[in-house]
Design a protein around this ligand. Structure first.
Ligand SMILES: [Zn+2]
Ligand SMILES: [Zn+2]
Length: 404
């Protein structure tokens, strides 16, 4: 089959399944579940896949599912990942298919990822004769808490995988665009807790105390200079103090003060730089005032930026440019948001993660907002994007490509 015919076939198949695709998304939107508790969701995926010829699925953990589709023609193995968890958010969209689980919501678009991958799997199972090599579908739990990818990796889901592809519906990007980056796409991120220990006492006799609040005020100001004065202006990073707790009275200087916050960077070197500076400023400033500061980081050895394999990402970008009709694929700037897809790319497998634009509804709310929603057209594009990623590595070579 010629490339053009193959492209048309895949796009037409998604269009033909549009109603079913959107219905699956609505079904899944109704039953959001939190990280590692995606029981109904996993059952739904399993029940859908069991009907598809040639696809076998199995569980490697309590929630989440892995499925395989193997062809008779020798070729590469491509793994495709969709995340499946919702968020602890109370939905306020007013949609007819709103969450039926109180306090839980698909407020990040993972319902759309699952629906798009399920329809892609159905179409691929129906056109198995066009495939070469094999496909592994990863319905991964617990992305929002950053732990699902590592669990899946520890269960061996990347075994014998040549390529890995993933996507995120992305409302900051217009629905007619797909964003690809041939390098760092998302940041390494981590959280910090800082405890400043001073010496409490009477508010009218500060000379008898070591005031942790004054130390904290100085420390916060100094932490803001890491990115503005220490990190080279051409580099990207962020240090934000997002919580401050200490004392509960008008005339008592408290014993201690606690700060919380986040740090992000697009490279491991810059991330290590931020870690080091937060530690040394905390230590030095607290000591200068006679107090003591202790910093802990939530996931220091694991924090890693999401970096696409440049060769594979270039191939994907070109393939999407040729394959997508209603959306344009183009180079996109990295973001300081994070995704645990980075844990897969960290292993060295040739991986590519793209943003499928989902903005342009009458009013867009940010990801994780109670009124967050994705456009139906973007879910259609997501399904096509999955299929074109498969076409690039796992479909019987077309006549014109072979000639070229
Ligand atoms: Zn999210
Ligand atoms: Zn997400």
């Amino acid at each position: 089959m010629k490339t053009k015919e193959l492209i048309d076939l895949l796009n037409q198949e998604v269009d033909r399944h549009r109603e079913e695709l959107l219905r699956i998304r609505e079904d899944l939107h109704r039953i959001p579940e939190l990280a590692f508790r995606e029981f109904f969701t996993t059952d739904y995926i399993e029940n859908y896949l069991v009907e598809l010829p040639g696809i076998s699925s199995y569980r490697v953990s309590d929630t989440g599912l892995v499925a395989e589709l193997t062809s008779e023609t020798f070729g590469k193995r491509l793994a495709i990942r969709a995340d499946i968890d919702g968020l602890p958010v109370t939905e306020e969209t007013g949609l007819a298919f709103s969450s039926e689980h109180p306090g839980q919501m698909h407020a990040c678009g993972h319902d759309g990822h699952m629906a798009a991958l399920l329809i892609a799997a159905k179409i691929l199972s129906q056109h198995r004769h066009l495939l070469k090599g094999s496909l592994r579908f990863l319905f991964q739990p617990a992305e929002e808490v950053g732990k699902g990818a590592n669990l899946f990796i520890s269960k061996g889901v990347l075994q014998d995988v040549d390529y890995l592809f993933g996507l995120h519906l992305w409302t900051p990007l217009a629905t007619s665009l797909v964003g690809v980056n041939e390098g760092a796409l998302m940041a390494a991120g981590d959280f910090f807790d800082i405890v400043i220990k001073g010496k409490g006492g009477h508010g009218a006799m500060p000379q008898e105390t070591i005031d942790p609040i004054v130390i904290g005020a100085n420390l916060i100001t100094s932490l803001q200079t890491i990115v503005s004065r220490n990190l080279a202006p051409i580099k990207t990073g962020v240090v934000s103090v997002t919580s401050l707790h200490g004392g509960n009275s008008y005339n008592v200087i408290p014993e201690s003060l606690t700060l919380k916050g986040t740090l992000r960077a697009l490279s491991l070197t810059d991330m290590e730089f931020l870690y080091g500076k937060i530690e040394s400023l905390t230590h030095d400033i607290c000591q200068a005032y006679g107090g003591k500061g202790v910093v802990t980081f939530a996931s220091r050895p694991e924090a890693y930026p999401l970096i696409n394999n440049p060769y594979y990402a270039k191939k994907i970008k070109k393939g999407l440019q040729a394959g997508l009709m209603e959306a344009k694929s183009r180079e996109i700037e990295p973001t300081l948001a994070g995704d645990d897809f980075s844990q897969y790319s960290k292993t060295g497998v040739s991986s590519c993660y793209v943003f499928v634009g989902s903005g342009g509804l009458t009013k867009d709310y940010p990801h994780h907002h109670p009124k967050f929603n994705v456009s139906p057209a973007s879910i259609v594009t997501a399904a096509k994007t999955y299929l074109h990623a498969v076409r690039l590595t796992n479909m019987v070579e077309s006549d014109d490509e072979r000639a070229g």
